[in-house]
Ligand binder design. Sequence first.
Ligand code: ZN
Length: 430
Amino acid sequence: MSGFFNIRAWVGVLLFACGIMPAVAANPFQTIPWNGYSGAASFTFDDGVFQVEHLPQMLEEMPEVKVTFFLSNMGADILNLYGAEFAYLARQGHEIGNHSNNHKHLTSLSENNLRKEVIDFANEIQQVLNSYGADVNITSNALPFSANSEQVSKVVNERHFINRSSWGNGRHNWDEEPRWTDMDSRAWYSWPNAEEDLLKALDTAAYIGDFTSSNPWYNPVKSPAWVVLLNHGVSYMGENHITPEAMRNAFKHAVENNMWVAPFSTVGAYYRAHFTLDAAQAVAEGNDKYTVTWEMPHKDMPKSIPMKVKLTPQFIEETFGQDDSIVLEQDGNTIYPDENGVFTIEFASQQVTIRKASKSANMKPYSVLSIKKQVSLAPNENITYTLMDMKGNRLGETNGFEVPAHQPKGAYIIRAAAPGFAPVTRKVFR
Ligand SMILES: [Zn+2]
């Protein structure tokens, strides 16, 4: 075993000495787990039945909650029956995923029929919802009855970067790469104490509690994780239907836990991309400039995957040094770090340049860049505060992080921006 690695190291040295391999520094990026939240929760709803009665209004009242609907025709014509409602939900930022055309046990189908049930139907969902006015991009699948096999996984993987199954507690650890074609979820059923257990599962994923005695051999709890929840109808029918009150409590609980409550594909893409990004290498290009490139791990991923990253201390140490102001460049835009040294980059662009900030940029060194400090040092006219509603619609300018008194009571977003600094966005209540 060790001999194998020695040979690899020796070949690496040889290639480097011959000038075949470019000089490579330490891995530059470390992705911030779960988009900077205390874990993540993805609420997924299967079959498209008993979901448009209570959920749309509930979700409208909680704009920080975005969920996933896995649609199937269920041997009928569910897509057209509820097409307008699901198109509306899609336009609000909720995900539409694939749950196969006729909801059969996919393991019993021939490869040809599998393609019709799964791949053709993914395209059909897009077309139908498009005809109802929603631009839907299907990137995830959920298996009917969680029936999976090597062949099912293979066909699903031809058209989706991630596939939801259900066989356990639905929890996924940040630093362990899962099987993307068989992602576990935690299924709701109206057992005694089910409501309390659901809230506890959200606490566990947010790493709230004492886990010193947690089971060491089965998916141990060691840091904030991603929990994938599987629900069916939201109604008073019991069994695998959850009541509207319990559903609302679970959404609220996840938000109060400071979790990232986002669709299955959104969290899944961030999770999958981080394994690529954290392994990416920087190649020196002349003085004080490095380029990082990477490949997409799958062709069917969301069109935009914003990633929050920091530069690793090792990379800074080996390259620029702590005292320099460093910026990133992507697609012709300069990206500045926020007050904690976090950059937001676009994974789908597949390339970033890291360089010293030009002297004229008037930036403070890397570690102390702070729009907050700038504000307290000199409350100057260079900072603009934009007031937005929770959907991101611009309502006008304001002074500081305060909502003008003439606005109705509620939650708002205020974005502060100044030339040469990363914008700061805050949620503010009036
Ligand atoms: Zn189903």
